[in-house]
Design a binder for this molecule. Sequence first.
Ligand code: GDP
Length: 335
Amino acid sequence: MIKNRKSVEEYKAGILAGDRAVLAQAITLIESNLPSDSVLASSLVQAILPFSGKSIRIGITGVPGVGKSTFIEAFGTILLEKGKKVAVLAVDPSSQKTKGSILGDKTRMEKLAADRRAFIRPSPSGSTLGGVSAKTREAMLLCEAAGFDVILVETVGVGQSETAVKGMVDFFLLLMLAGAGDELQGIKKGIMEMADGVLINKADGENIQAAKKAKTHYRNALHLFPPSENGWYPSVITGSSLTGEGLGECWETIEKYQQKMLESGFFEKNRAEQRLKWLDEYVQYLLGKAFHEQAKVQELLAAEKEHVKAGTLSPLTFARQLMDIFFESFQANRT
Ligand code: GDP
């Protein structure tokens, strides 16, 4: 075991006591890629599981510059004033490449970061979305066990990370700007369809009128979508993190949503489906990891990759060969 690791019982006791330092260390354990840490992390997550789940999980997305960090700082502060404990997590699989991890720069959320009732954690590093989102999900469970009752999960509005975040939250909030075209904002129809709420952001100063127009536009557009399974039509709100306008309405909408979904049973049903999906995704992630880590697979890949690139070896044929090698080595290692 690594020197500064605690026992499962020590982590658990610290987390349940709401100790933010122990919580941070436990998340570091979860994020570690060392095999000995994985075993400890799994036991810990299993041990705190009965104490998790008692929060509202909110996903927040939108293109860079739309104002996500500023919103989380302002919104989070309002929630603290309402007596909530707020944890902020992030999913950004690109963070390792660009080194520009979202939430990496905590100064963007100075007030929140300094408050003892809040907990902010940047996106874990990792090369695959599967790995990054699995770690974020486990971190979320630990935060809940530590008593945080609102979990905000931030992600960038580009690519597949939205789907990953949608799959781990109860309410998905899309931040948009008035005036910029949908294409300009990189907002695809699919992301609009995922949203439970849309916040037209920066509705202040000269922007107010445009924001109001955009609100009507998106309200109409969203009504053209087929109703979602839970019967909820996404709310469209105008808001500003500078003036605070719309932030209270945003929270009321989320509370109303939660209330309705609890009553209809959708809330639990959704979480149950999400858990099954996590299982499926994690099995796939572990299989992929085991496959790529195997020496024989790596050798064969290195030797033949160029032929696949050149179009002289069928990717499908080669994939089967790789699987054969993988299973052979797997069996050999077991016996
Ligand atoms: P992120 O990349 O989505 O996290 O966006 P940031 O929170 O970093 O904000 C991008 C820029 O927009 C910053 O210069 C903010 O000061 C500004 N901004 C954020 N929210 C608002 C707002 O409500 N109104 C106005 N006028 N500017 C804002």
